[in-house]
Design a protein around this ligand. Structure first.
Ligand code: SER
Length: 892
C-alpha cells in the first residue's frame, strides 16, 4: 500500500493495522464521559474502557482500537493556557489507541508499536530516529525493547519518579487522582540536529527536538482515594498516540500547526478575518479552538457559568478575543464551522448533522461577549499601561473584568502575559468568593461507588419479568462505606444480592423502592443504583438485622413500579410525537423518569407553541388509546440502527442491544415502522393503554437551544386535570359566571377597572385644580416679587405640571413652587416668568430643594421639575425657601 500521508489517511491506517491484529474498532466515545463522575472531559482513549480495566465491565472483545476525540482544558491535564504559544498543545486533539483487556501485555504492545511506526508497509519511519523511555524499575519493558526489538541500550532511557512523589513520573500514567494507572513506555522521534532540545531526562528535554509520539501504558493498578495501589484483575494495555503529532512527523514539519488539517483551518481563519496569514499565534488559537468548541457543542455542552459549560465559554471567549486582536470587527468565530466541517465532517458525521446548531450556539455567545469585550479591553489596557514589565495586575482589577465584562481570569492573564505582567491570582480568588462556591459545586467530581464495592460477578437482574424474588442471597452488606458482616436495626447501609428484581437507576429512570426480608430482619429499600455491573440497594434496617449470606425475599413496591413504567413508556411516545410535530432535528438531551413525573429535555430553538403542545398531547393520547403491545427485542446494534431505533448520541451500547417498539405500525415498502422505536434498558408498560392518560404540565427553556417538557400520566395526570377543573369552578363561582363565560367576564372586569382608574385620575385633577384655586390666595411677596410656595397632596410628577400651568394662568409674573406628595414620593416643580428668570432660575430652585430633601432634578430657567423621597423635613425646607429666594433676588 502507499504510505499514509494526510491525517485522515494516518487515522485510517492505524485502525486497519490493529484490525489486522484482531482488534475490534470501537467508535470514539462522547467528550462528555458517561457514568464517570471523576472526569470533566474525555481526555484519553482509555476513558471509555475504564471499567474494562477495573474488571467490572466485560465486552465481547479483549482487544480494541480507537481514534478518540479528546479535550484537555480544565481539570487534570489542562492545556488551554499553552495553546498558541507552543508547537504542540491543543485543547482538542485526536488520540489513536490500541487496548488490551487482560489479553496481551508489554511484549506485544511494544512489538505492535514498533511495527506500525517502522514497517515500510505502514508508517515506515527511520528506526535510527526513534528513542524510547521506560519506567526506571521496569526491566521487563527494557528487555523487550533491547532484546526483542534490538534497540541499542543508548536509545533506551529509564525515567524514575521525577515529579517529586512516588509514582509521580513522566513514565507512570494515571487518568486522574483515582482509577486505573500503571508504568508506561514512550516512543520519541528525533526531529534532527537543527532543532533545539535534549533527550528525555536531560535539562533540555522540553525543547522541540525529541518529541514524544506514542505512550504505551501498562495498566496494572487501581489507585484508591487514599493513594494505595490495588492490583487490577488482569494486567492490560492502553496506548495513545496524538494524531496531530504523528502527522507532523510524517508530513516533515516541526509544529502540529503546520499539518494539513491546521494549514487548512488557519488559512480559512485568515480569509474570514480578511488578513494575510503571517503565522500569527492568534490564527493558531482560533484554528485550535474551533475544533474544541464545535465538538463540545456537538456532544451536548452549552456555554454557561459552571462546570463543563464554563470551560466551553472560556474557550469561545478566548477565540473571540484573539480574533479581535487580529482586527475582527464583527462576529466571525462561527464562520469557522464551515471549514471545520469540510475538513473533519467525513470522519465525524455529527459535525455535519449539527452544523447549524453549532454555528448558532457560537454566534450567540460571541455576540454576547462582543458587547463587553471592547470596554473590558479598554479598562484592561489602562490598567496595564500603568504597570511595568514584571509587575502584577491586582486581583481586584482581574475580578472586575470578570464580573462586569465577562473576562474569564485566564483570558485576562493571557492578555497580561503579552505585556510581561502576571495577575494576582490569590487576590482574584479572594474576590471570587461567591463564584468560587459555584466552581466548587461544578468540581464535585467525587469518587464513585465502584471503588468501594467490588463484587466478582454482575448481579442477575430479574426485574423485566418479575417484581418479587423469594430466594435470593445477600452477598454484600455495607455500612458507612465499609463491608460489614451484618447491618442492625436503625442502621442505614447498602445490600448486594446475587439476583434482584430491583431496577437500578439508569437511562433516565430513577431507582426503585421496596423491601428485602430475611429470617432475622426487614430492610427498607429506598433507592437502587448501579456500581459497574452490580446493583446496589440503599436503605435502612427497619426490623432486626440483615446478615451476610442470608437467604432473602426481595419485593419491589408494585404500584410505584407501575407508575414509573407508565412514565417511562410515555417518555418514548412523547419523544416520537415531538419529532413528528417539531421535526427530525429534535434530539434527546436528557430525561428523568420517576413514579411521579416524567421530564424530557430536547434540542429545539424556540418555545413550543400552545397549538403544537396540544397536537403533541393529542398524538400521544391517540397512541395510548391504540393500546398496541410494547415489543421488546434483542438485536445487533447495526440492525437496530437500520430499523431507525433512536439511541442517545455518545451513550455506550454493547453489541447486542435491547430495542423497544411501541404504538401503531406503518408499513412502507413492506417494512414495519413502529410509531416509536428506541434502544432502552428500562422498565415499560405491556401495552400503551396501560399509560391511561398523558398530560403535559410545563414547557420551558433550560439552556440555549434546549427545551424541557414535564408531563404526568395515569392517575397523576387525572389529578392534575381535576385540580385545574376545580380551580376553574371556583373562579366561575366567584365571578358568578358559567365556565365558558369566564374569559369574557374577566375581560369586562378589567375594562371596568381601567375605566375606574381613569375616573379616579380625573377626580384627582379636579381636586388639584380646586386646590390651585385656593392657592391663589396664598400669594406672598418676596423682595418685591409675588410668589406661591405650597405643598399639595395626592399629586405626582405627572399631575403637577397641569397644576402649575393652571396657577400660572391665574397669576402671571409669579414665582410658583409646588411640591406634590403621593405614594411616599415628592414631586418638585417650579415656574418662574421669563423676565424674572434672569434673577432666579427655576432649575436652581429645584436643585436647591432636591439637595435639601435628598432627591434630584433640574430643568430650564423658566420651568423645572424633580423628585425626592417623602420626608419629614419638607415643612422646614419650604419655610426656608422664601429666605433663599430673597437672597437670590437681592443679590442679582
Ligand atoms: N492513557 C495514555 C495517555 O493518555 C495512553 O493512552 O497518554
Amino acid at each position: 500500500m502507499t504510505q499514509p500521508y494526510r491525517s485522515a489517511e494516518i487515522r485510517q491506517a492505524f485502525i486497519e493495522f490493529f484490525q489486522s491484529k484482531q482488534h475490534t474498532h470501537v467508535p470514539s466515545a462522547s467528550l462528555i464521559p458517561h457514568n464517570d463522575p471523576t472526569l470533566l472531559f474525555t481526555n484519553a482513549g482509555m476513558n471509555q474502557f475504564k471499567d474494562c480495566f477495573l474488571g467490572i465491565d466485560k465486552r465481547d472483545y479483549t482487544r480494541a482500537v480507537t481514534a478518540q476525540k479528546c479535550v484537555r482544558a480544565g481539570g487534570k491535564h489542562n492545556d488551554l493556557d499553552n495553546v498558541g504559544y507552543t508547537a504542540r498543545h491543543h485543547t482538542f486533539f485526536e488520540m489513536l489507541g490500541n487496548f488490551s483487556f487482560g489479553d496481551y501485555f508489554k511484549k506485544d504492545a511494544i512489538a505492535y508499536a514498533w511495527e506500525f511506526l517502522t514497517s515500510k508497509d505502514w508508517l515506515g519511519l527511520d528506526p535510527n530516529r526513534l528513542y524510547v523511555t521506560v519506567y526506571e524499575t521496569d526491566d521487563e519493558a527494557y528487555d523487550h525493547w533491547h532484546k526483542d526489538i534490538g534497540l541499542p541500550a543508548e536509545r533506551i532511557i529509564r525515567i524514575g519518579d521525577n515529579k517529586g512523589a512516588p509514582y509521580a513520573s513522566d513514565n507512570f500514567w494515571a487518568m486522574g487522582d483515582t482509577g486505573p494507572c500503571g508504568p508506561c513506555s514512550e516512543v520519541f522521534f528525533d526531529h534532527g540536529e537543527e532543532v533545539e532540545g535534549g533527550l528525555p531526562g536531560t535539562p533540555e528535554e522540553d525543547g522541540d527536538r525529541y518529541i514524544e509520539v506514542w505512550n504505551c501504558v501498562f495498566m496494572q493498578f487501581n489507585r484508591q482515594k487514599d493513594g494505595t495501589m490495588e492490583p487490577l484483575p488482569a494486567p492490560s494495555v492502553d496506548t495513545g498516540m496524538g494524531l496531530e503529532r504523528i502527522s507532523a512527523i510524517i508530513q516533515g514539519v516541526h509544529s502540529n500547526y503546520e499539518i494539513d488539517t491546521f494549514v487548512y483551518l488557519i488559512e480559512a481563519a485568515a480569509k474570514i478575518l480578511g488578513i494575510e496569514n503571517q503565522g500569527q499565534a492568534s490564527l493558531k488559537v482560533i484554528a485550535d479552538h474551533i475544533r474544541a468548541v464545535s465538538f463540545l457543542i456537538a456532544d451536548g455542552v452549552t456555554p454557561s457559568n459552571e462546570g463543563r459549560g464554563y470551560v466551553l465559554r472560556r474557550i469561545i471567549r478566548r477565540a473571540v478575543r484573539h480574533g479581535n486582536k487580529l482586527g475582527a470587527e464583527t462576529s466571525f468565530f462561527h464562520q469557522m464551522v464551515t471549514p471545520l466541517v469540510k475538513e473533519m465532517g467525513d470522519a465525524y458525521p455529527q459535525l455535519v448533522e449539527l452544523q447549524s446548531k453549532i454555528e448558532e450556539t457560537i454566534e450567540k455567545e460571541e455576540t454576547q461577549f462582543a458587547k463587553t469585550l471592547a470596554q473590558g479591553l479598554r479598562l484592561l489596557s489602562t490598567e496595564l499601561d500603568a504597570l511595568n514589565e514584571g509587575d502584577v495586575l491586582s486581583g481586584e482589577a482581574a475580578f472586575k473584568l470578570y464580573d462586569t465584562y465577562g473576562f474569564p481570569a485566564d483570558l485576562t492573564a493571557d492578555i497580561a502575559r503579552e505585556h510581561g505582567i502576571r495577575i494576582d491570582e490569590e487576590g482574584f480568588e479572594v474576590h471570587m468568593e461567591a463564584q468560587r462556591q459555584r466552581a466548587r459545586d461544578a468540581g464535585k467530581f467525587d469518587v464513585d461507588y465502584s471503588s468501594v464495592i467490588s463484587t466478582e460477578s454482575p448481579t442477575e437482574f430479574l426485574g423485566y419479568e418479575q417484581m418479587q424474588d423469594d430466594e435470593t442471597t445477600v452477598i454484600g452488606v455495607y455500612h458507612e462505606g465499609n463491608s460489614v458482616s451484618q447491618l442492625n436495626e436503625g442502621e442505614e447501609g447498602v445490600l448486594v444480592l446475587d439476583r434482584t428484581p430491583f431496577y437500578a437507576e439508569g437511562g433516565g429512570q430513577a431507582g426503585e423502592i421496596g423491601e428485602i426480608r430475611t429470617q432475622t430482619g426487614v430492610f427498607s429499600v429506598q433507592d437502587t443504583k448501579k456500581s459497574g455491573q452490580t446493583i446496589i440497594h440503599h436503605g435502612i434496617v427497619n426490623v432486626g438485622q440483615i446478615e451476610q449470606q442470608q437467604i432473602a425475599e426481595a419485593q419491589v413496591f408494585s404500584s410505584i413500579r407501575a407508575a414509573s413504567a407508565r412514565n417511562h413508556s410515555a417518555t418514548h411516545l412523547l419523544h416520537a410525537a415531538l419529532r413528528q410535530v417539531l421535526g427530525e432535528g429534535v434530539q434527546q438531551k436528557g430525561s428523568l423518569v420517576t413514579s411521579d413525573v416524567l421530564r424530557f429535555d430536547f434540542s429545539h430553538d424556540s418555545p413550543v407553541s400552545r397549538e403544537q403542545l396540544n397536537r403533541i398531547e393529542r398524538i400521544v393520547n391517540e397512541q395510548i388509546q391504540a393500546n398496541e403491545p410494547a415489543r421488546i427485542e434483542h438485536m445487533n446494534i447495526d440492525e437496530a440502527m437500520k430499523k431507525g431505533a433512536m439511541a442517545l448520541f455518545g451513550e455506550k451500547y454493547g453489541d447486542t442491544v435491547r430495542v423497544l417498539s411501541m404504538g401503531t405500525h406503518q408499513y412502507k415498502d413492506g417494512v414495519d415502522i413502529p410509531f416509536s422505536i428506541e434502544l432502552c434498558g428500562g422498565l415499560h408498560v405491556h401495552r400503551t393503554g396501560d399509560i391511561g392518560f398523558f398530560k403535559i404540565t410545563t414547557e420551558s427553556g433550560i439552556a440555549a437551544g434546549i427545551r424541557r417538557i414535564e408531563a404526568l400520566t395515569g392517575m397523576g395526570a387525572l389529578k392534575y386535570v381535576q385540580q385545574g377543573d376545580e380551580q376553574l369552578s371556583q373562579l366561575a363561582g366567584q365571578l358568578k359566571a358559567k365556565r365558558p363565560e369566564i374569559a369574557e367576564r374577566v375581560q369586562s372586569l378589567s375594562d371596568k377597572q381601567r375605566e375606574l382608574e381613569k375616573e379616579l385620575e380625573r377626580l384627582n385633577q379636579k381636586l388639584a385644580s380646586s386646590q390651585a384655586s385656593s392657592l391663589v390666595n396664598e400669594v406672598q411677596t418676596i423682595a418685591g416679587h409675588q410668589a406661591v410656595i405650597a405643598s399639595v397632596s395626592g399629586i405626582d410628577g405627572k399631575g403637577i405640571r397641569p397644576l402649575i400651568d393652571d396657577l400660572k394662568s391665574k397669576l402671571p409674573d409669579t414665582i410658583i413652587v409646588l411640591v406634590g406628595e403621593k405614594s411616599e414620593q415628592l414631586a418638585l416643580a417650579a415656574s418662574v416668568s421669563k423676565s424674572l428668570s434672569k434673577q432666579v432660575k427655576a432649575g436652581d430652585i429645584i436643585r436647591y430643594l432636591a439637595q435639601e430633601l435628598g432627591g434630584k432634578g433640574g430643568g430650564k430657567p423658566e420651568y423645572a421639575q424633580g423628585g425626592a423621597p417623602a420626608s419629614d423635613k419638607l415643612p422646614n425646607v419650604l419655610q426656608t425657601l422664601p429666605n433663599w429666594l430673597e437672597a437670590q433676588l437681592t443679590n442679582s
